[in-house]
Design a protein around this ligand. Structure first.
Ligand SMILES: Cc1ncc(COP(=O)(O)O)c(C=O)c1O
Length: 367
């Protein structure tokens, strides 16, 4: 059936449309000054010296890893509970992803596990700020510094989130963002690397455009990872309302917490006292003794026109593709395994009306 209430919905208003129309009238299509303007505005927002816009979040991660020198023979520590782009990009560089279990309450990588997985080969750690809640960065940054390991934030789902008052994407050596259609800043497709490291930024600018330093002189192996001016225009207008839209997500989350928290069989999302959660997704945990199973609840919501989603039904350490490659890990991640059975995402996006929220709560209450 077609869903009445979608899990995500781009928030496009007249400010986006007018700006894009203006860009089209000016004949600005390809990469150029509008992309540079987006990069400047996002870098100002993050308080990070360089932002390099690239085609998507996957390539942003891969280029960041490459620019930091990650490659064949290296290991990169990643959480087991995230979207597969986080670990696939490690494989693309020739390095090996090493999976860490996550924390039950925040879904994010467990810093104690990170410490236990460090080896002579560890070159980088990719903490993911999953669903919009920052990972616990300080202990990770500490152990990384002691061992001379690079930290790259995967901030694909956390635009405008904060860790101890600092914005995610500004906390480590580099950070990767995705601007896919469902993200808090949505371009349709798009991504960026943010970094304070000028050498890394320069390398990524080269990789993005066939390694071309002067016209038709290629100093690095690169490709075409550029975005268009139209994508960048959306980035600019979406960024300008990011904080306001995040506040609306938080209000929706507060409403859901208030009512779903009372049921006794739903664990609502946690916001640590050091965190500012931007609710890219609102993910609850269904108790094992709940009146319905997670999968029944998923089906009931969908039947009622509410597009629930399961993020994620199988942790990365168990994915068939990694089994085939011999890099899976059956034992590493019991918490991630349990979360994959209990988690359910329900709509929280800023386009929800109070009626939508009431309707969602009602379905839960009837159970
Ligand atoms: C945590 C995480 N990392 C990386 C990505 C990859 O971004 P993209 O889809 O723009 O390639 C995503 C996208 O969904 C993501 O959720």
């Amino acid at each position: 059936m077609s869903h009445k209430i979608r899990i995500a919905q781009p928030h496009i208003d007249d400010s986006d449309i007018e700006y894009i129309v203006d860009i089209l009238r000016r004949g600005l299509l390809a990469h150029g000054k509008i992309v540079e303007e987006f990069e400047r505005e996002f870098s100002r927002y993050l308080g990070v010296q360089h932002v390099v816009a690239v085609s998507n979040g996957t390539i942003a991660l891969e280029l960041a890893l490459r620019a930091h020198g990650v490659g064949l023979g290296d290991e990169v520590i990643v959480p087991s509970y995230t979207f597969i782009a986080t670990s696939n990009t490690v494989v693309f560089t020739g390095a090996k992803p090493v999976f860490c279990d996550v924390e039950w309450d925040t879904f994010n990588i467990d810093p104690k596990c990170v410490e236990s997985k460090i080896s002579r080969r560890t070159k980088a750690i990719i903490p993911v700020h999953l669903f919009g809640h920052p990972a616990d960065m300080d202990p990770i940054l500490k152990v990384a510094k002691e061992n001379n390991i690079v930290v790259i934030e995967d901030a694909a789902q956390a635009h405008g989130a904060r860790y101890r008052g600092r914005v995610t994407g500004s906390l480590a050596d580099s950070a990767a963002f995705s601007f896919y259609a469902t993200k808090n800043i949505a371009m349709g497709e798009g991504g960026a690397v943010a970094t304070g490291n000028s050498e890394v930024a320069e390398k990524i600018r080269l990789y993005r455009n066939h390694g071309q330093k002067e016209r038709y002189i290629h100093v690095k192996l690169g490709g075409n990872y550029r975005i268009t001016s139209i994508q960048a225009a959306l980035g600019i207008t979406q960024l300008r309302k990011l904080d306001e839209l995040n506040r609306r997500r938080r209000k929706n989350a507060e409403y859901l917490n208030r009512y779903l928290g009372k049921l006794g069989w739903i664990e609502t999302p946690v916001e640590k006292d050091w965190a500012y959660h931007v609710y890219h997704q609102y993910v609850v945990k269904v108790a094992s003794d709940a009146p319905v199973s997670r999968d029944e609840l998923y089906a009931r919501l969908r039947e009622a026109g509410v597009e629930a989603m399961i993020y994620y039904p199988l942790p990365l350490n168990m994915q068939p593709v990694y089994r085939e490659m011999g890099i899976h890990d059956e034992k590493c991640c019991p918490t991630a395994m349990e979360l994959s059975k209990r988690s359910l995402a329900i709509p929280v996006h800023p386009g929800l009306s109070i009626k939508d929220l009431e309707y969602i709560v009602e379905i839960f209450e009837k159970i």
